[in-house]
Design a protein around this ligand. Structure first.
Ligand code: MG
Length: 250
């Protein structure tokens, strides 16, 4: 036994000498006539087959077992068996989103759930957070769950000016219900302005909180478009995202 074994009796805890202790695994083997004889005389309280042959006076030989040969008794054992046997299904999804800068001076810029004070906001039905929208589409894409427009149509007044963290949390919930775990999310922001890299820790934390995963599973990169095209002309901001999800095959 690798673990220290203790016995608790009343208020006392006692450390047992584990030198002579073994955990018994299956299969346990004996000659057929020994088994038959032992089972014929079986008592009701034996917890493994060997106990029966021990009762019949046979001294079994103990051989080393394997940690991976564990008993499936509780639901968590079944989960462990699935992990041990492999069979993990892995999928990826891609997301892209773009929003034009708004002419409304009162419109706030929100990217990755972070407020960028003093920067021109983006046009959109919700809060126009292109970073979270790309992330949502990557996650929905990986799960084969359509896209953000299917789940949150921009014709629905419920989503008017809605913080996009709502959409991200919903996508995470849909994946969870289908048995998926989000492994990682990699995002690129394409913008001439503002500079977002110095806010990446905050944005990653927002994403991690909504997805209920560790921050280190979320990466956020930023690039300009080298002054080319609509992004280069500062007409809007775009974001790309790729998500990897996995689950154990049922
Ligand atoms: Mg969008």
């Amino acid at each position: 036994l690798a673990d220290t074994v203790k016995r608790k009796e009343g208020g006392r805890l006692e450390t047992l000498d584990r030198a002579g202790l073994y955990r018994m695994q299956t299969p346990q083997a004996a000659r057929l006539d020994v088994w038959r004889d032992a089972f014929a005389k079986a008592r009701g309280d034996a917890t493994d087959d060997l106990a029966l042959v021990e009762d019949a006076g046979v001294v079994p030989e103990v051989v080393p077992g394997e940690e991976d040969n564990f008993k499936v008794t509780l639901p968590e054992d079944l989960e462990r068996a699935r992990r041990t046997l492999g069979g993990a299904e892995v999928r990826t999804g891609i997301g892209y989103d773009v929003h034009a800068f708004s002419r409304d001076p009162g419109r706030k810029l929100v990217l990755g759930g972070a407020d960028f004070e003093g920067e021109p906001g983006l046009e959109g039905h919700s809060d126009a957070d292109a970073v979270l929208h790309a992330a949502v589409d990557a996650l929905l894409g990986a799960g084969g769950l359509g896209d953000i427009g299917v789940h949150f149509p921009n014709t629905d007044p419920r989503w008017k000016d809605e913080p996009s963290g709502t959409f991200l949390a919903h996508a995470a919930q849909l994946l969870k219900e289908a048995g998926w775990t989000v492994q990682n999310l990699d995002i690129t922001v394409l913008a001439e302005r503002p500079k977002v890299q110095h806010r990446s820790a905050e944005m990653r934390a927002n994403l991690a909180r909504r997805l209920q995963i560790a921050e280190e599973r979320i990466n956020l990169k930023a690039t300009t478009n080298e002054r080319l095209g609509f992004i280069g002309r500062e007409e809007g901001i775009a974001a790309l995202a790729i998500a990897t999800i996995s689950r154990f095959e049922p």
